[in-house]
Design a protein around this ligand. Structure first.
Ligand code: SAH
Ligand code: SF4
Length: 378
């Protein structure tokens, strides 16, 4: 019963780990195994209403709901579809604000979409993929202020909770009816925000997704702009839950890096690499260096040569992911000129550095790297 004027504060269950759920169950006098049923319902069956948990007796569902408990999670509020099959979502948190999450399918015909459904949200998505990557946000906005990134323009609005980060993933898995045993799903923590400036929630989400939902940490990659204390902490995580690590290098030396990424003044390249060395890589695991090519600033042949030297000098098992800069309103950089990315890649290869080109995905819907800024216009 509710006393008027005294609203029961909502008690979110989504986002709690096994221990947290067991505590809640204890408060309503239920045994610990009920919390495992609850975890199963939220994180594997992807249910969002207490009443749908059929393993619970009706009385328990009603009791939890009367006491204000809820298993609601972040909800896909809007969908933008790219001609290349990419989907960008505005995901609304139970608090009512939105973040962005991106789905990038791959496989037979996965990129053949003609965009004719653009803007429609009611229709179920077609299943013309056999693997996909989900790009996840860790904060609303970002405080790091990289000069080439659209998310930086928002500033930091707030940190997401572990439940809000994991909720993006579960909602997207649910939308596409993903079966984890069959479909190959990669997660990249490369959406809005700097995961290592929201460490607890980021790792909390990873643990939920690994331990409760059954995703593999070896198919997850977290990208950081180079937050040294975060990397040091990350190096202490157990292999069973530690994602792979990507570092946004983006420049061949401290001078250029400090200019385009002011965070480099606090943690210059040398300190960054020292921290990365503390991560004990699994067999065959490699560190990824991400490198955004800014036309005329970081995409010249001498830059490639310098990057190759830098990466070699680290002595790390590493590869380089090259990303052509994606333009955004109000950002005064140039895209690399035609062929520059390819030449850069070849120059690295010639010096013995493995490099890959990251194709821009969903540029037409503002879903590509560095373009996430809650752009509501499709
Ligand atoms: N904050 C983290 C993760 C999110 S950014 C980080 O910076 O690493 C993910 C990647 O997008 C980073 O490598 C970043 O350098 C890159 N990026 C940012 N803005 C971009 C843009 N406009 N074009 C291409 N890549 C961009
Ligand atoms: Fe933040 Fe990453 Fe964008 Fe830099 S590139 S402003 S760290 S989201």
């Amino acid at each position: 019963m509710q006393i008027s004027g005294e609203e029961t504060a909502p008690k979110p269950l989504f986002g709690l780990d096994a221990a947290g759920l067991a505590e809640v169950m204890a408060t309503v006098g239920e045994p610990a195994w009920r919390s495992r049923q609850l975890a199963e319902a939220m994180y594997r069956q992807r249910l969002t209403e207490l009443d749908a948990i059929t393993t619970f007796p009706k009385a328990l569902r009603e009791r939890l709901s009367t006491e204000g408990f809820s298993i609601a999670r972040a909800r896909i509020a809007q969908v933008f579809k790219s001609v290349d099959g990419t989907e960008r979502y505005l995901v609304e948190t139970p608090k009512g604000d939105t973040v962005e999450t991106v789905w990038m399918p791959e496989g037979d015909g996965g990129e053949a979409g003609d965009g004719s459904e653009a803007g429609e949200t009611g229709k179920g998505p077609e299943r013309d993929w056999n693997r996909a990557t989900i790009c996840v946000s860790s904060q609303v906005g970002c405080a790091v202020n990289c000069q080439f990134c659209l998310t930086a323009k928002l500033g930091l609005q707030r940190n997401l909770t572990a439940g809000e980060i994991a909720g993006q993933v579960i909602s997207v898995l649910d939308r596409h009816a993903v079966e984890l045993g069959r479909d190959r799903i990669n997660l990249v923590f490369m959406g809005m925000g700097e995961p290592f400036l929201n460490y607890e929630s980021f790792m909390g989400a990873v643990k939920l997704l690994v331990e409760e939902s059954g995703l593999s940490p070896q198919r997850m990659t977290v990208s950081t702009s180079g937050i040294v204390p975060g990397i040091e902490r990350f190096a202490q995580e157990l292999d069973a839950v530690r994602p792979k690590l990507a570092i946004s290098l983006n420049a061949p030396n401290d001078e250029v890096r400090s200019e385009i990424m002011p965070i480099n003044r606090k943690w210059p390249i040398e300190a960054l690499i020292d921290a990365v060395r503390q991560v004990r890589l699994r067999p065959r695991e490699r560190i990824t260096f991400e490198y955004v090519l800014l036309g005329g600033v970081t995409d010249r042949p001498q830059d490639a040569h310098e990057v190759a030297r830098l990466v070699r000098r680290t002595g790390l098992a590493a590869k380089v992911n090259l990303i052509a800069w994606n333009p955004g309103p109000g950002i005064a950089y140039q895209m690399p000129r035609e062929g520059a990315v390819e030449s850069f890649k070849n120059a690295l290869a010639a010096e013995g550095i493995t490099a890959y080109l990251r194709r821009p995905r969903g540029r037409d819907i503002y879903a590509a790297c560095g373009q996430l800024k809650r752009t509501v216009e499709g």
